[in-house]
Design a protein around this ligand. Sequence first.
Ligand code: COA
Length: 250
Amino acid sequence: MLPLYREHHFTFRFAEDRRVPRFHLEGVRAGHRVTVFALDGDTGDRRGVLAKATAGDGGWVDLSEPLVVRAGTGFVAVPVPTVAVRDETPEDIEAVRRVNRLAFGRDDEAALVDALRHGGYFRASLIAEVEGRVVGHVLFSDLPILTTTGPVPALALAPVAVLPDYQHLGVGSELVRRGLDVCRERGHGIVVVLGHPRFYSRFGFSTALASRLSSPFSGKEYFMALALVSGALDGVEGRIEYPSPFGRWV
Ligand SMILES: CC(C)(COP(=O)(O)OP(=O)(O)OC[C@H]1O[C@@H](n2cnc3c(N)ncnc32)[C@H](O)[C@@H]1OP(=O)(O)O)[C@@H](O)C(=O)NCCC(=O)NCCS
């Protein structure tokens, strides 16, 4: 079983039904994390995530459950790349547009980012690079909570985007984690997000923390908040008004 190695991906194809408990990745060091995707036998495209594992001695990857592979199909093993996260610079603006367009498959989020940039709402705009290529982007923008005693500063996390070929490799998580650290370092205390609870709960976002914030999304499971510093949301009750760049969504 010799995998076809191309651009850091290892593709395994099988002529007959197989159960695969382990496989070998030439040149991959022990301890390196690997995401395993199903391979579409007809198109050669990657499908859903089959497993996540860690390479052992000599590049052997032992799976907790054997993969069950049908004849004519296979799987793609992708070693998790090293990701560098840094602030966006003016030279990155086109790459940021491209990442958002390709990740979402439409122009809307790239346009939202541009509108928030031009409106002066940016507080942290970070990009993820793999081998010098921009593969991901996350934006935090100003979104104060309007309370009876005045506005309480808060940030919106939106959007976060990773190029399709780099998804499910930990890039999005690294961007959000590093982004939250940067926001905390810059003195911010509260972040609000609209997104999938399965993805955002790992960073501490919760619907419960957003329960006293009124917005067009109040009560929805995908409307979540996070306190970057302990107690930042204590006693905060108020209204969120998304600024005009969000107009199409709210
Ligand atoms: C969502 C997104 C940013 C995550 O980035 P990523 O690099 O793939 O994320 P990670 O590898 O760190 O984490 C992957 C996990 O996130 C969750 N996840 C990823 N995409 C998801 C989605 N569309 N819905 C729900 N959960 C999702 C899953 O739990 C996934 O785990 P898995 O890899 O075992 O399937 C990326 O998939 C993306 O750009 N998607 C298209 C744009 C988008 O939907 N952005 C989020 C809304 S603002």
